[in-house]
Design a binder for this molecule. Sequence first.
Ligand SMILES: Nc1ncnc2c1ncn2[C@@H]1O[C@H](COP(=O)(O)OP(=O)(O)OP(=O)(O)O)[C@@H](O)[C@H]1O
Ligand SMILES: [Mg+2]
Length: 259
Amino acid sequence: MRLEVERLTLGYGRRTILAEASLEPLPGGAITALIGPNGAGKSTLLRGLAGLLPARGSVRLDGEEMAGQSLERRARSIAYMPQSLPQGVALTVMEALVGALKASPTAEGMPSARAAAERALALLERLGIAELALVGLDRLSGGQRQLAGLAQALVRRPRVLLLDEPTSALDLRHQLGVMRLVRELTLQHGLVTVLVVHDLALAARFADRVVMIGEGRVRAQGTPEETLTPAMLAEVYGVSARVERCSHGHLQVLADAPL
Ligand SMILES: Nc1ncnc2c1ncn2[C@@H]1O[C@H](COP(=O)(O)OP(=O)(O)OP(=O)(O)O)[C@@H](O)[C@H]1O
Ligand SMILES: [Mg+2]
């Protein structure tokens, strides 16, 4: 599995947000973190990869051009979790998961009703929210909604997993739990995983690659060590920051002051 993005231009109406973005090939079995300031274009890029925006340029999955493909065709291999989940959905968590499976059958075809329910429940157990299976989405807390949204993306067993800030509403334990699960699934199934995250320590610890977006351009890409440098943080985020290793050897980003 391999996702290649070349000279991708995306925008809304006539306004271009991301111009000619090219990424080094994103390999299967690896997590790529999209980072960058508010309004930089991270969500726009993720939507573009999901095929939800008109685009110029090329997005190829295993050599196959996705640009002209129907959403239904793309949905067979790609799962996308938006930054904010739609409100006012009168479904239980379980109904939403089974619905997600029915709405977009994956490469393996449509599971039976029983298999779908079992798969959904097993996933909720892995996310530690099995007790919420029969609760309405509108009655969940912010973090619980986010976990349910993640379950909706994962339940279809995609080959490409696109997650827009999957941990932004989660407590410390759930942040680690989710990142660990995403890493396990990515490795186990060779997924191409791209996620947006503001927490640079999480990015450094769990991502194999980091793509830093600033003002609609790719400003840096590479390993966390290569991209998370004081110079880049100053240039792209406008902060003076230290990048240090903690006592466990993990990279830490300490932002000291806005520049
Ligand atoms: N639906 C939309 N219609 C028009 N413009 C949009 C739309 N969504 C985003 N934009 C604009 O595109 C630019 C990039 O937005 P985007 O959502 O990609 O930022 P982001 O990097 O995800 O930021 P954040 O960290 O705040 O989520 C912003 O200037 C924003 O105003
Ligand atoms: Mg965003």
